[in-house]
Structures are given as C-alpha cells and as structure tokens.
Design a protein around this ligand. Sequence first.
Ligand SMILES: [Zn+2]
Length: 436
Amino acid sequence: MKKFTALLLALVMLLLASCSQGANPDQGAAPDTGTTSNQPQGSDSDTTTDQEPPQEEEPEPEPEPEPEPEPEPESYEILDPTVMPEGGQRDGVTYTAYDGLVEHLFFHPVIAYPELAFDGDAQEKGLDDYMITTGEFTKILESVYAKGYVLVDIADVWSETTDEAGNPKMVRNTLYLPEGKKPLIFSYDDTNYYEYMLENGFAYKLILGDDGKVWSWGLDPEGNEVVSRDLDAIPMLDKFVEEHPDFSPFGAKACLSLTGYQGILGYRTATDSKVEWTAELEAKRQAEREAVGPIIEELRRTGWTFGSHTWGHIRLGSGNMAKIQTDTQKWFDEVGSLVGPTAILFYPHGERPDGNDWTNTGAAFQYLQEQGFRVFCSVGTESFSFIKKDICAVICDRLHPDGTTLRKSRKRYLQFYDAKDIMDTSVRPDFGVDWE
Ligand SMILES: [Zn+2]
C-alpha cells in the first residue's frame, strides 16, 4: 500500500514537472526576471502567466517513510507442570495429577526439499534412515495432537532432591496435566545445520524475521534464497503451537540437542584445531557467536531448551576418558557459553558411556555427572526411564520417528501415528516397507 502511494506521488510530481516545463521551457536556463522578455514569441499559452507556479502549489514533498517500529514480541507464557493450578483449573480446563509414563520422541532436522535429499547420492540412505520430511513432520504433529498428547519440557519431568541421609538424588515429578491428556517430550538432535545438510535439502540456519520470530533461511533447489516458517521443524513447531495452543499447555517446545564442531543453529561458532587458527578466523567466529545470541534468546523465551550432544558427536562407550574430558570442556566453552547451563545429555549414536551398558556407572558416566548432567538420554524401542540408585542421575530412552521406524516399526508407533498415513512414499526412495 505504501509503495503504491509513493508511486502515485512520484507520478503526480512527474506530471506537474512536465506541465510546467511545457509552459516555461526556459525555466532553469534563465533567472526568473518576472518579465516576458525572454519568452518564446508566438507561444499561444501563458504570455500573461510567465511566473513559475507559486511555491505553495507545489505538491507536498513525499513524507519520509515512517521507520518500522521494533516488533513488540508477543507475550509468551511458560508454566510449571509440577504445580497444580489454583483450584485445579486454568482457563476453564481441569487439571489432574499424572504419574505415568512420559513418552519421548526425537527428531533430526527435517528435509525441506526431498528432491535434494533423495537424489541417489552417497547421503541418500542415511537421510532416508534417520530423517523425515517437512510433510511427514506436519502429519506426525497433527496425529500426536489428535491423540491427546501435550508437550512437556524434559527438565520438568525429573528434579534433583536429597534423600534422608542428605545425598542428592533424582526424583520423578508428578505432572499436573489437562484432564485426559498424555505428556510428551520432544527433543531435536543435531540442530546445528551441518555442512553436509546444506546441499541435501535442509534449512541452512535459523534467523529472526521482521516479526521477531524464528524463521529458517536456506536455498531452494534452484538456488533462490528462501525465508520460511514451513521448512524447518523449529519454526514449524512454533507455528503449530500458535495454531493449537492446547498442544503445549505449559509453553514447552523441544529440547535442542546440540553438538559444537560445526557451530550451532547454522552459525559457525566452532574453533577448528585442524587449521591454523588466525585472528581473522577468530574474529569471524566471534561475529557468528554474536549473531546467534538473539536467536537463542528468542528460542528460550518461547519454550525451547538446550542439551548437550557432545561437542564432537563422539562415542561415549569407548572409555577414552581423555577424549571425553576434552570434548566436554569444549562443549562448555563453545556451546554452553552460548546456550547456558544444562542438565541434559543426549548420547551421540545412542551409545551409552562405559561400554554401552545402562546398568553401569563407570568412570565416564561419573565424570559426566560431575559436570552437571543429570538426565542421560539414549535411543530405544520404548520411552524407558530409570532413576539410578548409586548416583544422582536418570537415564532414559527416546523413540525415533524416522525412515527406519516408518518402514519397519509401524506397530510400535501406532500410539502416536500410523506410518501408513505418515510416510511419503512419493518422495522417498523405494527401499520397501514392513507394515504388518
Ligand atoms: Zn546425533
């Protein structure tokens, strides 16, 4: 609308200018003497009105465009699900105590352009195994919502307390949920937007839009820049909760499980010991750290939380303590320093510390617990969780909606969705399904 008005004004001015030029072709060439002496003879028009139009008849100068007001962030409320609302009701909804199983689903970044992901290259199989598309993600959201799940933040499910002897221990919290609803944790792994993802149909990075909200930035298959809220699982979930606020009665979104080796959220905030680290590289890194700050802030404000996925996506089962310690410190330095402290650790490759044995509390587990981690998440066939007796920690497994389970574990996921309704066979490679 503004553009149209400006265009109209410009046209009017042009018209007026050409009119006055026609009437007084000498204008500008000779000083306005107020006489007719230098008027071309025989001019049929304004020998009597040789004056320039009086100043006050000039069209109003185009008003300066008003500066865009800073977007006022929409208020966003985050509530504690471990506290019963007063009177047992909030916004006309009745809340009841829930001590049952808390389901946990995890996702990787979602595929925005299947034609780039499933193009027969060396990455295709891995992307089919571990990722889903934006279309599949939308269908999963709709299904878990329809089945009565509501999002809770993983950090609200367990708390640290002390036993009678004064030793710290973890306890499972009672959650107070809208009547009839079931709690669901979401976590998103590797929301770093690794280099290899960029060519393969994923968003490149998160940015803040003019509206102050989180959007994704990337390139479409033709190489055009695309800013969207429909091409990445982070803005997509934001949007879904805006449209279905009762899917997140406490404001929780997902816990973002971050490595550090290629930066975070699409910003190259990592150091690289494999190249000579120059002042120029460090300045670039610091600029990226600065750029990602407001995005982290907005994510936090709107219900997203952060966990460690180790700095280098390392295997924790190896027992290589020196490597685990160096990596952990690097995560704190390069990622924790940006996203803040966290008690959540997501095992890369799902591999548990100390020989991949959940009953073990070995040196690596102890070390990681000493660093502040309390909730240790692996990957499994059910949302199993166990509060450890010998150390203040809880271990849990997460289910994984992805190509492998869409193709082969339909039954196990029926409580959330039917793979038959979700899997987009029109864009995925023909690797077969096992849907009994
Ligand atoms: Zn991972």
